[in-house]
Design a protein around this ligand. Structure first.
Ligand SMILES: Nc1ncnc2c1ncn2[C@@H]1O[C@H](COP(=O)(O)OP(=O)(O)OP(=O)(O)O)[C@@H](O)[C@H]1O
Length: 304
């Protein structure tokens, strides 16, 4: 990380009455970094974003955004932040152009930025249609255009892919990657760790207000050391399979054996299977998925 972080939280807690929504959270995001906040419902993702926006005051700890305390609410800082809330309600009677002009005025941005922004999010052709006629994906893209007003240095996107089909999700993540390449810092909250490959530089896994893990997907995979599953299909009957396979694998479905190995042991296992020659018909290797990784950290959190 170079320079001072764009977002820095230290020992942050937030209570709503008796509910401890966030407990002792420390995290940071550098310029040009995409950080994902991943957690189930109620994990504290939205609360963290609201703290970063200065909409909430922490019960404990410190929050710094773009070098300032967001609680102070300085306009110069707020205009450099873009926010896409989890649910955004637009006036259905207005067109996208009218709506975005309204938001541009609030952010003191010139009207000339509106048309290029709508083009950037793929809404140029529908710019003068009433928002009431828009699909969920189109409304979400309009929400993103609103968040992008003023070329923000920091973008907070609260569950931006909820309700989007896989193609639209891919487009949204493409846009996010472009913004990050352009130097913006992006924080995305999501339930779906599986979507983040190639998008998030870092992932912060949250559960019930606590950070369970924080690192790149590669680092989290190394930390979790989840086993690799290998399914071996034998050519003949299971009883005639090579002894090493019968001893170390679990017979499955008449012609298969299921085995697990560590990443370091994978090649040795595959060589052994290949050396068994015609006795083995096929080998399937299933690396742990991101959903497996997420489940692992949640289990580890439960055990604490
Ligand atoms: N204004 C509030 N008053 C009381 N409790 C609240 C308030 N806002 C949030 N909470 C509680 O704080 C906890 C964290 O909520 P938060 O909305 O931050 O989670 P989240 O991870 O964004 O969840 P989701 O994925 O459902 O949006 C939850 O238990 C929630 O019920």
């Amino acid at each position: 990380m170079t320079g001072s972080p764009i977002v820095a939280l230290h020992g942050v807690a937030k209570r709503y009455g008796t509910v401890e929504a966030v407990r002792d959270v420390s995290l940071s995001a550098a310029a040009g970094e995409c950080v994902a906040l991943v957690g189930h419902n109620g994990a504290g993702k939205t609360t963290l974003m609201k703290l970063m926006l200065g909409l909430l005051h922490p019960t404990r700890g410190s929050v710094r955004v773009l070098g300032s305390d967001p609680d102070a609410g300085a306009f110069a800082v707020r205009r450099r932040i873009g926010f896409l809330p989890e649910t955004i309600a637009f006036n259905p009677a207005l067109t996208a152009t009218e709506m975005l002009r309204f938001y541009a005025r609030l952010k003191r941005e010139p009207m000339r930025v509106v048309a290029p922004l709508l083009d950037r999010v793929g809404l140029a052709a529908a710019a003068d249609r009433r928002i009431g006629t828009y699909s969920k994906g189109m409304r979400q893209r309009l929400g993103l255009a609103q968040a992008l007003l003023g070329e923000p240095a920091l973008l907070l996107l609260d569950e931006p892919t909820t309700g989007l089909d896989p193609a639209l999700r891919g487009q949204l993540y493409g846009l996010i990657r472009d913004l990050v390449r352009g130097g913006a810092t992006v924080l995305i909250s999501t339930h779906a760790l599986g979507e983040l490959e190639g998008v998030a530089d870092r992932v912060v896994i949250l559960d019930r207000g606590v950070v369970l893990a924080d690192g790149s997907l590669g680092a989290l995979r190394r930390l979790a050391r989840l086993p690799i599953r290998v399914r071996v299909k034998v050519a003949g009957a299971q009883a005639e399979a090579p002894a090493w396979l019968r001893e170390s694998g679990e017979a499955f479905n008449g012609h298969h054996f299921d085995l697990t190995c560590t990443p370091a042991g994978k090649m040795a296992l595959l060589r052994r299977a290949v050396e068994s020659g015609a006795a083995i018909d096929d080998i399937e290797v299933a690396e742990p998925t991101l959903d497996d990784l997420y489940a692992h950290f949640l289990r580890a959190g439960d055990a604490r």
